[in-house]
Design a protein around this ligand. Structure first.
Ligand SMILES: [Mn+2]
Length: 428
């Protein structure tokens, strides 16, 4: 039997929920022109995304036992923070609508906010060569989206990147729990309750869903394996990896949380005061990348924990390239960000990072004084503790060469494209 999430709402119902927002004209104003490459601007098949429109039913990919679980009736409220830059209207609208209209059986979904990065093309691609990857977000987009009830939209005055935009979004969140979400997602049945419940029971937990795959070619919704956790190699490259065999053998309940050394970073739930107490993010990191390591090390080493919750599932469009430019270049930005994470958190183990990424040596990464002060103030444990207690499976030096896996090994449903594990990090 095919289980699906709530089917699209009736037209009348939808009109009430959308307020004064005119979905049809919003979507039709920016359509692909005949002859345009559907992959050019967003690195996924825009034609297929647009064809799906603002909402669709997706298959319930959870383990069947998840549906029988109960959650508190008085779960606290959450603010959902979606950051985006050069996002397609159809993928963004499905993300927003699938959140806002997902049934959450308490009056607790307060606000959805979007912190936006307008792009100043002339600053880095030359005056007369507007990049196809770089279009400024018109203020009109924000005005249109805020016509949807519960949606607020914050537009940055300059390009701030994911990390500073999230901090801005979190600062203006009204709810006590923060839910960070990527801008090309579709949430599955009861995705929020398991995460809010875990954070309510212990505010130091930082929790993620299983991230299902939305095909970048045909937008099929594919179930991800429930036996994976987040890991990395010494070059600070994120990868999905199998749960260690002894933990897997000890798991007799597939609905139980999975401890994870790191999170992919695009989708997670965190108590707002815990987020603030732990120092939010390192706001000297730029654009994208590395922030998930910095946050993960900090959470574990400063008294918290990270979990993946198998009964919460969110679909995400995984891509093979970033659909936008990096002002300083992709590689340099990643090196700057991961170098900051290594210098602040990895103690003597940072030598393994430099061995695995020799090009990082000598590259500028700015001042880390504030973050070192934070680490001392929070009285965080040494990286050795993290290695011994959280990620003992990480081997030293050359023993941990990056391995190539195909997506077929990672995902339980067939896909035609081959990726490496590292491609599965949520890009942008
Ligand atoms: Mn993404």
């Amino acid at each position: 039997m095919l289980q699906v999430t709530q089917p699209p709402h009736s037209e009348q119902n939808q009109n009430q929920q959308l307020g004064s927002f005119d979905e049809k004209s919003y979507l039709s104003a920016k359509q692909l022109k005949p002859g345009d490459d559907p992959y050019r601007e967003h690195a996924f098949n825009l034609q297929e995304s647009d064809r799906l429109g603002g909402e669709r039913a997706i298959r319930d990919t959870r383990h069947y036992r998840c549906a029988a679980l109960n959650y508190d009736a008085d779960l606290p409220s959450t603010s959902i923070i979606i950051t985006f830059h050069n996002e397609a209207r159809s993928t963004l609208l499905r993300t927003i609508k699938s959140d806002v209209f997902t049934v959450y059986p308490c009056p607790c979904l307060s606000v959805v906010m979007c912190a936006i990065n307008p792009c100043k093309c002339g600053a880095f691609v030359g005056l007369n060569t507007p990049s196809p990857l770089c279009s400024a977000l018109p203020a009109e987009d924000c005005q249109l989206l805020t016509q949807i009830p519960k949606v607020r939209c914050l537009r940055n005055g300059r390009r701030e990147g994911l990390i500073r935009s999230r901090v801005r979004g979190a600062s203006s969140a009204s709810a006590s729990i923060l839910t960070f979400l990527d801008s090309h997602c579709e949430v599955n049945a009861d995705w929020l309750q398991p995460m809010i419940q875990r954070v309510k029971e212990d505010h130091t937990r930082v929790v993620s869903p299983i991230i299902d795959v939305i095909s970048l070619d045909n937008f099929a919704y594919l179930a991800a394996s429930a036996d994976l956790r987040g890991g990395f190699d010494w070059s600070l490259h994120f990868k999905w990896e199998q749960i260690p065999i002894e933990q897997k053998m000890a798991r007799n309940d597939p609905t139980q949380p999975i401890r994870t050394p790191v999170i992919a970073g695009g989708i997670f739930v965190m108590d707002k005061s815990w987020f603030n107490h732990l120092g939010q993010y390192d706001t000297h990191m730029d654009i994208w990348g590395g922030e998930n390591f910095e946050l993960s090390f900090r959470v574990w080493m400063c008294g918290g924990s990270l979990e993946i919750l198998p009964c919460s599932r969110v679909g995400h469009v995984f891509r093979k390239r970033h659909p936008y430019d990096f002002p300083e270049g992709n590689a340099l930005t990643y090196i700057k960000n991961t170098r900051r994470a290594a210098e602040v958190w990895m103690d003597e183990y940072k030598q393994y990072y430099y061995s695995a990424r020799p090009s990082a040596q000598g590259k500028a990464f700015g001042s880390i004084t504030d973050r070192l002060t934070l680490r001392r103030k929070l009285n965080c444990k040494p990286f050795r503790w993290y290695m011994e207690n959280v990620y003992p499976e990480l081997r030293y030096g050359a023993q941990n060469q990056k391995q190539q896996f195909t997506m077929k090994q990672v995902y339980s449903y067939c896909v035609t494209k081959l990726f490496t594990y590292s491609d599965m990090r949520i890009k942008d």
